[in-house]
Design a protein around this ligand. Structure first.
Ligand code: P6P
Length: 338
């Protein structure tokens, strides 16, 4: 049996990749690990206790906030605030960015952006959901409250990003810019153990993930790509297959392991796309590029987009390089009037 390497050991080991690292990012990642364990515990009980269902409160997205959304948001915020590396958090569940004002956060160097529980409407039907996080070094003066500028940085400034997938097993997958590594939670030990070292996405794949219920309103190029997948059998005789879970983290994770593409173009109900740039698209884009794939909004690299607002939405095409490039060819061949 290969040696057991825990997430904690791995974080410290990799910290030495950064000779001048002061251990602050390592400690920040450890706080995310702690919150992931706490949220995992509650999610696994979701069917048993009255914590599922909606709170009756809508978040800024106008989406009915699920009780576990609020719970996950509170636990991740508390875990991040309890240590001295983070000066503020932006979250899908918070209208505005939250500044941490305790004395111990005063000289913190990092901000965190997160979707505390993505895909939460799937909880009541026992489908995998996830937490997505994105970490930046603050750009405003240390010792002062964080500013909007700290949170509206382009994705290419991220220092770390990752997700927790609460599925048939719970995994934490993250990057600090030196590849992608996955850790599976062992409840008997209460620890995340390295299970997927140096994760890379195949350059090509046969899985396409898109909500075809929106087909009639897709851009022409996207419609042509879907038909291409349905009508073409590649040389290796492995036909394309449609797989859409309705939970970004779950679709992304499967495509990362097996090869594939996830597409969320603009639609009638979401003319700018549905997914949020800062705490869904950018962290996933960092991960996929570190794993050898690509992520665009149909025109440009996701991580080069200059954000203008906290909950900004963009179209998302992310996954195996050759598949994303094929979509681009159709989008260029069949341009739609804006
Ligand atoms: P639709 C969940 O709400 C989410 O943000 C992603 O996790 C998921 O991929 C997508 O939206 C599902 O959206 O419109 O297909 O139900």
């Amino acid at each position: 049996m290969s040696e057991l390497r825990t997430l904690g050991e791995f974080i410290v080991e990799k910290q030495h990749d950064f000779p001048h690292a002061s251990g602050e990012l390592s400690s920040l990642l450890a706080s995310i690990r702690l919150a992931a364990k706490i949220v995992n515990r509650e999610i696994n009980k979701a069917g048993l206790v009255d914590i599922t269902g909606a709170t009756g409160v809508d978040n800024i997205q106008g989406e009915e906030q699920q009780k576990l959304d609020a719970y996950a948001n509170d636990k991740f915020k508390a875990a991040l605030e309890a240590r001295d590396q983070v000066c503020g958090v932006a979250s899908e569940e918070e209208d505005e960015a939250v500044a941490f004002n305790k004395e111990l956060n005063k000289n913190a160097k990092y901000v965190v952006l997160m979707d505390p529980l993505d895909g939460s409407t799937n909880i009541d039907v026992n489908v995998s959901v996830g937490t997505i996080f994105s970490i930046y070094r603050r750009v405003s003066e240390v010792g002062t409250p964080p500013t909007e500028e700290d949170f509206l940085q382009p994705g290419n400034k991220q220092v770390a990003a990752g997700y927790v997938i609460y599925g048939s097993s719970t995994m934490l997958v993250y990057t600090t810019g030196n590849g992608v590594n996955g850790f599976t939670y062992d409840p008997s030990l209460g620890t995340f153990c390295l299970s997927h070292e140096n994760m890379t996405i195949p350059q090509d794949g046969r899985i396409y993930s898109i909500n075809e219920g929106n087909y009639v309103r897709f851009p022409t190029g996207v419609k042509k790509y879907i038909k291409f997948c349905q009508e073409n059998v590649p040389e290796d005789n492995r036909p394309y297959t449609s797989r859409y879970i309705g939970s970004l983290v779950a679709d992304f994770h499967r495509n990362l392991l097996k090869g594939g593409i996830y597409l969320y173009p603009r639609t009638e109900s979401h003319p700018k796309g549905k997914l949020r740039l800062l705490y869904e698209c950018n962290p996933m884009a960092f991960l996929i590029e570190q794993a050898g794939g690509i992520a665009t909004d149909g025109n440009q690299r996701i991580m080069d987009i200059k954000p203008t607002e906290l909950h900004q939405r963009v179209p998302l095409f992310i996954g195996s390089t050759n598949m994303v490039k094929t979509v681009h060819r159709f989008l260029e061949q069949y341009p739609d009037e804006e």
